[in-house]
Design a protein around this ligand. Structure first.
Ligand code: SAM
Ligand code: SF4
Length: 359
């Protein structure tokens, strides 16, 4: 058994084999691949589980956050970024919670960029952006930003996000990102039946006016209240059909098999694109190249993993070398499940909501 710090048992029913991933049979190749033949190229790092919004499909108002001391420090995040880069990761996305709430965000970007030539992206709700912050992030080495907006109507926006931010503020943020060169900018939207599913065309029109990609993400069972059900869910096919009544679409070539979105351009030649991310109706698990690191230092092989692996204990053990951490990441990746199985009767919603996993 290793002399390094072992993960802490938090449940009486847990055993060490629940907490230490089984060893990958062959560790000679310094790459992250799983037992289903997939290679990991993309790491999503959640910088915080906190958020200034409480989107109805993500966080209940009384959601509880991890104590500050559980959150990975700037140095710990940068160390992981450096190690995964050496293991073949080429894309890192900073997420949350709301990543722009991290006071040391600029230092984290700078630190990752110092060690790594990855494509570095961030996803934000857009509420805190200023022209200066966008320019600082760009200068520090951030490549691009994705933002989220689910409705263009102020009253709905307030009910959906339970915040005082306006849709206009988020859209102003799109201009700030474009001006700062944080491009290509993408805008995510989640449609909920009976709430905002009548806005597909209006949201699609933003793609045309702002000359960006608007991505419709199917509502997933990852809300903190566990109230997701199929009656609130709108399929990508239905959304696409609604958009095509107004704006016929032409499918774009797939240039990256592991991409989550299927993209379309406008048949009338207007600028901008529409993307559909359909994990519920059309799972793309077979081509998944992603691994996730939560803000409190758990590695999750899948968004829907019911099992996650504690790398924070290792990071905080002075004896753990970069090689120990690399081997841990290789072993966790090896354990990646074949698929999320949302449509199967055995599907179990993860205890953590999207905001605590890092979307
Ligand atoms: N706070 C930032 C934001 O909202 O962009 C970043 C984190 S958020 C968890 C990342 C993305 O996850 C957002 O685009 C959000 O709409 C999406 N999301 C959150 N909960 C979801 C759910 N239950 N189903 C589908 N997408 C969800
Ligand atoms: Fe916050 Fe993003 Fe979740 Fe909305 S979707 S509550 S902005 S983390």
């Amino acid at each position: 058994m290793t002399a390094l710090a072992l993960p802490i048992l938090t449940e009486p029913s847990e055993s060490l084999s629940d907490l230490i991933p089984s060893r990958r049979p062959d560790r000679t190749q310094r790459q992250l691949f799983d037992s289903h033949g997939r290679t990991i190229r993309d790491l999503r790092i959640s910088l915080t589980d906190r958020c200034n919004f409480r989107c109805v499909y993500c966080m209940d108002p009384d959601v509880r956050f991890a104590p500050n001391e559980h959150l990975l420090s700037q140095q710990e995040i940068i160390r992981i970024a450096r190690i995964v880069t050496s293991l073949g990761v080429t894309k890192i996305r900073l997420t949350g919670g709301e990543p722009t709430l991290r006071p040391d965000l600029c230092e984290i970007i700078t630190g990752i960029r110092t060690w790594s030539n990855v494509e570095l992206a961030m996803i934000t709700n857009g509420s805190t952006l200023t022209p200066a912050s966008c320019q600082h992030w760009k200068a520090a080495g951030l490549n691009r930003i994705t933002m989220s907006i689910d409705t263009l109507r102020q009253d709905r926006f307030a009910r959906l996000t339970r915040s005082t931010t306006t849709p206009q503020q988020v859209l102003a943020g799109v201009h700030m990102c474009i001006d700062a060169g944080l491009t290509p900018v993408k805008l995510n939207a989640v449609l909920i039946r009976g709430f905002n599913d009548d806005e597909a065309v209006d949201l699609a029109e933003i793609a045309r006016t702002f000359e960006i990609e608007v991505r419709f993400i199917e509502y997933m069972p990852l809300d903190s209240g566990h109230r997701w059900d199929t009656s609130k869910w709108v399929s990508a096919a239905e959304t696409r059909a609604a958009i095509e009544l107004q704006f016929p679409l032409i499918s774009c070539d797939i240039d990256d098999e592991s991409t989550t979105a299927r993209t379309y351009r406008f048949a009338d030649g207007a600028p901008g694109r529409i993307g559909f991310v359909a994990p519920v109706s059309t799972p793309f698990c077979g081509a998944c190249s992603r691994l996730r690191l939560t803000a409190d230092g758990k590695v999750r092989p899948c968004l829907f993993s019911t099992r996650e692996w504690d790398i924070r204990s290792l990071l905080r053990d002075d004896r753990a070398t970069d090689d120990d951490l690399a081997h841990f990441l290789m072993d966790v990746t090896w354990s990646k499940q074949a698929g999320h199985g949302i449509a199967t009767p055995e599907f179990e919603q993860p205890a953590r909501p999207m905001s605590a996993i890092g979307g």
